[in-house]
Design a protein around this ligand. Structure first.
Ligand code: ADP
Ligand code: MG
Ligand code: ZN
Length: 615
């Protein structure tokens, strides 16, 4: 409709222009020649005038010559022609005809006067229409913009969702409901109306909802919560109504509300604008869910990564009472997801997906899908015919730390400081049994980092002990300590490490109750600032005295970690130098090679620093 409207407007504008042109031509053609009012007077004095026609201020003068001549002229608006002639002392009689205001030419005059106004009005209207977006939107903003994908076609199935076995098991029930509603209804069972998928971003919530629709072969109406909050007040509610109407017409069907937290936050909380709108939209969703009669076989699946902030009304029985939790995948899950996404790609025989899975703790399904894709792109750019382990390794680092920045120019001194810094982390990480084993150390700059030391837990980890925290803090301090021992000065390169260590120490004290002096309790109430989105504020629930003690505890933990790192590196100075030198020549050491290097006897030190700081 957009282009049709444009064409019409163009046509109207064209016609308007032609009409204006014709009017002007007609008006200007009427007058053969224009003369001044003083000339009209002198013509009158010479008694040469047959007739003067007055039409408003326009005069048409016809002379009594043969053949008669016609002139046009204009008078001032507030003086009558009779007065003008009298004042000029014209004594001979002049025939004056005054045309009525309703004359045709007068009508034309009015139109001509108003034409610019009409013209601008048209342009304004046109621009307003344009601003509404793609034409039709102005008329239909209350309608749902749900994307519909009809069932019965192959689509996504449970086979495409790897891992997440428990979630799939629970959702299989929903598939049964959709497929064989009569069976449940005949036994008097109520079919659940809402399923809430909960899990961190990228764990496959959207994918799983689609898979349910695919398995059941029913239409899938999906809309994202954030789309509701987009426009004018009241629109969200209207969209919800429309969406559910469509779904009911196509029942059995699935309505999928993605990111429901965008509309489903606690009502009455938060400040500012979109709040009323959210409330109305949420109310409408609740009304619709409650309004399903027992025969309308529509199941609402909603997804969120923030179940904690959802309005309790959403979660009560009869609404989203089924909750399916999706966690970040464990190692077996990661391997399965990698397998799904490797299908149809030429993966080299040297790639062991189990190893890749092991090196990617904390990766979500989406991260892993991205990882495989990155590896494929990399292999293509390297003009390989299959994706090898090299590409996987590189892609993991890329996802974790950003792309390599080999071109970044750094001075010899900075490079050397980086080498000792990373070697420091590595030595401490390797020697402390509670640290995750170091897998790789490199002085190639990546993303924001000058170099990096990668340590990966042997198994997925959900808990940390006090000793682990202490060891991790010591490892974080290793970089700064090595710089200080070798160069006897400190740089800004360790700021991120210090931040991590300090945060860890503070959490140990205030959140995990790991401080001996302050005891096993938490300090401060963490509060979600709803109106600021992800902001978390901490409400102090302790005295100034305690605050001071917390600071002291944090300081003593950080200092303890620093001292531990210092003693380890001092004792292993020769090893530090050896590793740093190796890094300066090879840039990156990893895996077996790294372990062998770390466990071998270090050669004695002659001179440590090859480039003097004042170079
Ligand atoms: P969410 O909605 O939880 O944020 P998505 O469902 O949009 O995550 O997942 C994004 C992508 O990640 C999917 O399209 C899929 O390629 C991949 N993915 C996530 N989880 C899985 C899984 N369990 N199995 C296979 N692929 C997955
Ligand atoms: Mg999603
Ligand atoms: Zn560091």
């Amino acid at each position: 409709m957009g282009s049709g409207f444009l064409k019409n407007t163009g046509a109207y504008l064209g016609i308007a222009l032609i009409v204006i042109g014709v009017f002007y031509l007609m008006v200007s053609n009427q007058s053969s020649s224009e003369i001044a009012i003083t000339e009209v007077i002198s013509l009158a004095q010479d008694d040469r005038i047959e007739n003067i026609t007055v039409d408003g201020n326009n005069l048409t003068v016809t002379t009594n010559d043969y053949p008669p001549q016609k002139f046009t002229s204009r008078k001032e608006s507030d003086s009558s022609m009779v007065d003008i002639l009298q004042n000029a002392g014209v004594t001979n009689t002049v025939k004056i005809t005054v045309k009525g205001a309703s004359g045709v030419s007068n009508f034309l005059g009015i139109i001509i006067n108003f034409l610019p106004l009409i013209f601008f009005g048209a342009i304004l209207l046109f621009m307003m229409r344009q601003a509404q977006g793609t034409g039709s939107q102005a008329m239909s903003f209350g309608r749902s913009r749900a994307r519909v994908s009809l069932g019965n076609k192959p689509g996504v199935t449970f086979g495409d969702v790897a891992g997440a076995d428990e979630a799939k098991l629970e959702l299989e029930e929903v598939v049964e409901f959709l497929k064989h509603a009569e069976r449940f209804l005949s036994l008097g069972a109520k079919i659940p109306r809402g399923v809430l998928l909960v899990g961190p971003p990228g764990t496959g919530k959207t994918l799983l909802a689609k898979a349910v629709a695919g398995e059941a072969g029913v239409p899938f109406f999906s809309i994202s919560g954030s789309e509701f909050v987009e426009m004018f007040v009241g629109v969200g509610a209207a969209r919800v109504r429309d969406l559910f109407d469509q779904a009911k017409k196509n029942s059995p069907a699935i309505v999928f509300v993605d990111e429901i937290d965008a509309v489903g936050r606690h009502r009455g909380a938060g400040l500012g604008g979109g709040h009323d709108e959210r409330e109305q939209t949420l109310n409408q969703i609740l009304v619709e869910i409650d309004g399903f009669d027992s025969t309308s076989n529509v199941i609402v699946i909603a997804a969120t990564n923030r179940p904690d902030i959802l309005d309790p009304a959403l979660l009560r029985p009869g609404r989203f009472d089924r909750r399916v939790t999706l966690d970040l995948p464990d190692i077996a899950g990661r391997q399965a997801i990698l397998k799904v996404h490797s299908q149809g790609k030429p993966i080299d025989n040297n790639v062991n997906l189990e190893v890749v899975a092991k090196e990617t703790p904390g990766f979500s399904g989406a991260d892993l899908a991205n990882l495989v894709n990155e590896a494929a792109i990399l292999a293509a750019r390297r003009k390989k015919t299959s994706i090898t382990f090299d590409e996987f390794g590189e892609s993991i680092d890329r996802v974790l730390l950003g792309p390599e920045r080999k071109s970044r120019i750094i001075s010899h001194l900075e490079r050397e400081i980086t080498a000792y810094h990373e070697a420091g982390h590595t030595i401490v990480g390797h020697l402390l049994p509670d640290c995750d084993p170091v897998q790789k150390v490199s002085i190639v700059s990546r993303g924001m980092a000058g170099g990096y030391t990668k340590s990966i837990p042997a198994e997925d980890r959900h808990m940390y002990s006090l000793d682990q925290f202490k060891s991790m803090m010591a490892m974080a301090m290793g970089g700064r300590v090595a710089e200080q021992i070798i160069f006897e000065k400190i740089t800004t390169g360790a700021s991120n490490d210090l931040e991590n260590a300090t945060r860890m120490a503070r959490n140990m004290v205030v959140r995990y109750g790991m401080s001996e002096n302050l005891g096993p309790r938490t300090f401060g109430e963490r509060e979600e600032m709803v109106f600021l989105g992800r902001q978390i504020s901490e409400q102090r629930d302790y005295s100034d005295n305690i605050a001071q003690q917390i600071d002291e505890e944090v300081k003593s933990l950080v200092t303890e970690a620093y001292d531990l790192a210092h003693s380890m590196i001092s004792k292993n100075r020769a090893k530090l130098v050896q590793l740093a030198r190796h890094l300066l020549t090879h840039e990156t050491v990893e895996g077996e090679e790294l372990i062998t290097l770390l466990d071998s006897e270090a050669p004695p030190i002659e001179s440590e620093v090859t480039h003097q700081p004042n170079e």
